[in-house]
Design a binder for this molecule. Structure first.
Ligand code: LLP
Length: 442
């Protein structure tokens, strides 16, 4: 049976997806996590291929009526093997730097299915995008449009552009990742975008063919998309009246996932508010999902090094740190954490961490990095843990490894892909030599 048609056995689209406790042991698809930890070491990112494809397919089917161009947002998880899987199953790419464009091409992306976003593209990056033939540059400022025009003129090309507009919506997510409120650096101001667009209708090297917005991330309601589409439709009408041949509406990414409970909306809910607008606008829809596809498809496995009590607190010190998963430190994000093999009396992680968990111990789950801000969870109730126990931090597939660093000269983790009963390394653990290589080579 192909992975594409498999669907999680219990609740469809549950936060556990293809990660399951069987006989009180966590499995990724058919492989025990403990086996992977023994084989590849910890900290370790483990991905479920069936989950990745299941989520991609949910978007593909929810939006099938308008045959969207789905551009996987490669910043979310840039591992080549994951990106290749996306390309193989029909996704293009949303890239945000020259490096991401390079990765997308390495993964099998081609110009006609790549959109190039980013508020600060350099001339070199614009050049690279034009030479690659990316099908849309999401342009965020007047200066960028002029620079793009200049680079395109030098290359004898015409640059296809979607104007990224900031639709000025109410706050909807963490302030560090809300991109459509007034006063953030992203997009063209909705109040002045038309004035600007009117001046570049006849630009010889730039063609404005689309409208783009990315509202923020993660978003747990369809309301911002409803409002965004409405504002987008009004703008498209006016841009067309100016003489721009608008053919694309790009609604970005941003859909939330189940981090804490079953809080995320299905792709079909977003389709319900986006599809009618796209039909009305008579545009091709572009989407840039990232987290929705890969977020719940990955977890971070770590091993408890020590437990200790200090200052009235119980600390679980394990071998994953803020350099491996910075989201809790940076955004106060909540990630489910649970032992890979919970003690007798404890089953799978609770659906409600607020509720009483009999026998649980309140603890801070921290890493070895030299900062008090280095933690994966604070005041979290977990089954009692001991040195050597394995922990799983869930929903870590998105912006986990992608934001990992070598801080404290820690080696970045290995990554493993599971497909049914098969598993393979998709990124080896770094070595001490890797740490110094760029300095030794100068
Ligand atoms: N398109 C654009 C233009 C974006 O800036 C982003 C994300 C996406 C698409 C993909 O959004 P997604 O579908 O993954 O929500 N590091 C933060 C999230 C930063 C999001 C950056 N932009 C986090 O860990 O929550």
């Amino acid at each position: 049976m192909s992975a594409l048609v498999r669907s999680p056995s219990a609740r469809n689209n549950s936060f556990m997806d293809f990660f399951r406790y069987r006989d009180r042991t966590l499995h990724c698809e058919d492989v025990p996590i403990a086996l992977l930890a023994e084989r590849y070491g910890t900290p370790l990112y483990v991905y479920s291929q069936a989950t990745l494809l299941h989520h991609l397919q949910q978007i593909q089917s929810a939006f099938a009526a308008v045959e969207p161009i789905i551009c996987y947002s490669i910043k979310t998880n840039a591992n080549l093997h994951i990106a290749r899987l996306m390309a193989k199953h029909g996704a293009g790419f949303d890239v945000t730097s020259g490096g991401e464009l390079y990765r997308a091409l390495q993964a099998g992306g081609t110009g006609p299915n790549i959109v190039f976003a980013g508020v600060g593209k350099t001339d070199a990056e614009l050049n690279y995008g034009l030479e690659t033939g990316v099908f849309l540059f999401n342009v965020e400022s007047e200066g960028e449009l002029l620079a793009l025009g200049e680079v395109a003129r030098r290359l004898g090309k015409i640059a296809p552009v979607a104007l990224r507009v900031n639709p000025d919506l109410p706050p909807k997510t963490h302030h560090k990742t809300d991109t459509s409120v007034k006063g953030v650096k992203f997009g063209l101001d909705i109040d002045t975008v038309l004035e600007f667009a009117g001046k570049v209708v006849d630009h010889p090297a730039v063609r404005i063919v689309g409208l783009h917005m990315h509202l923020g991330s993660p978003i747990l309601s369809v309301e911002p998309y409803r409002q965004g589409v409405e504002k987008g439709l009004a703008l498209i009408e006016k841009l067309r009246a100016q003489g721009h041949k608008i053919a694309y509406l790009n609604m970005g990414g941003g859909w939330g996932i189940h981090y804490r409970k079953q809080e995320a909306l299905p792709a079909s809910a977003f389709a319900q508010v986006i599809v009618p607008g796209v039909k009305k606008a008579n545009c091709k829809l572009v989407l840039e999902p990232g987290r929705f596809i890969v977020g719940n498809a990955g977890l971070l496995v770590s091993r408890v090094i020590y437990v200790k009590d200090s200052g009235g607190k119980h600390f679980v010190i394990q071998d994953a740190a803020m350099n491996d998963l910075i989201r809790p430190t940076l955004y106060d994000s909540f990630h489910r954490i649970w032992p890979v093999a919970p003690a007798a009396g404890f089953a799978a992680p609770p659906e409600d961490y607020e509720a009483d968990i009999a026998g649980a111990v309140r603890c801070d789950v921290v890493g070895p990095v030299c900062e008090s801000g280095d933690y994966l969870a604070k005041e979290r109730r977990l089954p009692p843990l001991e040195r050597g126990d394995l922990l799983a931090t869930f929903s870590a597939g998105a912006y986990g490894m992608a934001m990992a660093s070598n801080y404290n000269s820690r080696l970045r983790a290995a990554e493993v892909m599971v497909d049914g009963s098969q598993h393979r390394l998709i990124r080896r653990r770094e070595t001490y030599e890797d740490l110094v290589r760029p300095e030794v080579e100068v």
